[in-house]
Design a protein around this ligand. Structure first.
Ligand SMILES: O=C(O)Cc1cc(O)ccc1O
Ligand SMILES: [Fe+2]
Length: 450
């Protein structure tokens, strides 16, 4: 395969392969070329593009979106995407579900799953995807799918793009290479990557097998939350987001192109790699982010703030402050609040909370049962909070400054109630007894002791 990655343009070829190069910033107007002079100067559509390339625009927002949300890129490619197009045939969706998907009862209960073992059989990213919950309606561009992915083999001469949503990868085990039209992204546990709607990828296993969480966002593209009075710094900083430099493949070989479109997987044959973008510019592009670079802000005297202070990325809806999805992080931080019950409070929420754990222990669930690779679902207006162990500890512990260390939990919080899939409802990893964890909480009330 002819992968063009000259060191001068951001990639370093090593003995064992390629070290990806990245550009820093969030939502920038980037420009990058894998061959000198491949980017047209001063215009998007010259009569003839350098090197005989085709110019193609990829629009992530309506043409007329306000400037702050207007997203598009210009790709200079060996063949335009329309030439990848053949007769598409329906492909079995496997265990990938798209909202609306009403295939199991929606229990009125807190739900939780043990980590699901990585299957031994060869599974590409597409074959190994298992949907846990869906909400909203992909056709209305609202809501999300929350999935687990299991990758035990690299895609080979197989490519994929998702027309139904952008994809937020949260790896939990193993390392992946996301070879994209825009360049190469490598991710490991502790990092995330976002592949915008319509961007072609090939998912490879760098160090496997791999397992992780995937949020398929049908709604507004993920962006940084407002910081309000927090000011210009802390939380997720723009400079820590990394977008790949251009890297292209000039490869003619029998290949397959998969597309998820309208909740259905489709595939067609093609005779070359569609990752053939030699240069590109614009602000619609994939990116990665190291969650360990997140600078949490929290209460430094007393009380426990709303988890929205830990928002990494938000997918806005048409209603200000009501997210289609918030991606929220619970990572290493100091707890210093005085005379305070420090873990999450008991609560009921109009939003719906899908949680995962990359590593460590989550401070609301110290009694076991929420393990790395596991999932919990606290749906709209259903009560939840610390388990008995976490409550008793946090109520009695001496309140010295205490550092939560070696922990990385996250939440996909959405305005829509989430429906579980049949796969999730019937899987042996489903914890039937979790729904009753609240009953173990003791009565401490004593009217004689204020
Ligand atoms: O329920 C959860 O564990 C997530 C969560 C954490 C927190 O600190 C406050 C509210 C909340 O929903
Ligand atoms: Fe919660």
């Amino acid at each position: 395969m002819n992968v063009q990655t000259p060191a001068a343009f951001g990639h370093v070829a090593t003995g064992s392969g390629i070290t990806p190069g990245y550009m820093s910033g969030f939502g920038n107007g980037f420009e990058t070329e894998a061959l000198p002079g491949a980017l047209p100067v001063g215009r998007n559509s010259p009569q003839k593009c350098p090197y005989g390339l085709y110019a193609e625009q990829l629009s992530g927002s309506p043409f007329t979106a306000p400037r702050t949300t207007n997203e598009r890129s210009w790709l200079y490619r060996i063949r335009p995407t329309v030439s990848h197009w053949g007769a598409f045939k329906k492909v079995d969706n496997g265990l990938w579900r798209t909202a609306p998907a009403h295939e199991a009862d929606l229990p009125i209960a807190p739900l939780r799953w043990d980590p699901i073992e990585i299957p031994a059989e060869p599974l590409s990213f597409i074959e190994g995807l298992r949907t846990m919950t869906t909400c909203g309606d992909a056709g209305s561009q609202a809501g999300m799918g929350a999935h687990l992915f299991f990758v035990t083999r690299s895609m080979q001469d197989e490519y994929f793009y998702n027309a139904d949503g952008e994809m937020l990868f949260v790896p939990q085990q193993g390392e992946l290479r996301l070879a994209t039209e825009f360049g190469i992204i490598d991710i490991e546990p502790g990092e995330i990557a976002v592949i915008p709607r319509g961007v072609k990828i090939r998912v490879e296993l760098l160090n496997g097998p791999a397992r992780g969480y995937l949020c398929e966002n049908y709604g507004g593209a993920f962006t940084l939350p407002e910081r309000g009075p927090i000011g210009a710094n802390c939380m997720a900083n723009q400079r820590d987001f990394l977008t790949p430099v251009a890297a292209y493949e000039d490869r003619d070989a029998p290949s397959r192109m998969f597309v998820k479109w309208g909740g259905q997987l489709w595939a067609c044959d093609l005779d070359h790699s569609p990752l053939d973008v030699v240069a590109w510019h614009g602000n619609y592009a994939p990116y990665k982010y190291d969650l360990r670079k997140y600078s949490p802000v929290g209460p430094i005297l007393f009380d426990h703030a709303d988890p929205s202070i830990f928002t990494v990325l938000t997918s806005p809806s048409e209603t200000p402050g009501t997210a289609n999805i918030d991606f929220v992080l619970f990572s290493d931080r100091w707890l210093v609040a005085e005379n305070t019950f420090r873990p999450p409070w008991y609560h009921m929420n109009v939003m719906s909370e899908f949680m995962g754990l990359v590593y460590g222990v989550y401070d609301a669930k110290t009694g076991g049962g929420f393990a790395p690779g596991g999932v919990s679902l606290h749906n709209m207006m259903l009560p939840h909070g610390p388990d008995r162990d976490a409550f008793e500890r946090a109520s009695n512990v001496e309140l010295k400054p205490h550092k939560l260390e070696g922990t990385l939990a996250f939440m996909f919080e959405t305005r829509f109630p989430q429906r579980v899939t049949r796969f999730a409802a019937e899987h042996p990893a489903f914890q039937r007894s979790y729904a009753g964890y609240g009953r173990a909480l003791e009565k401490h009330f004593d009217p004689t002791r204020p």
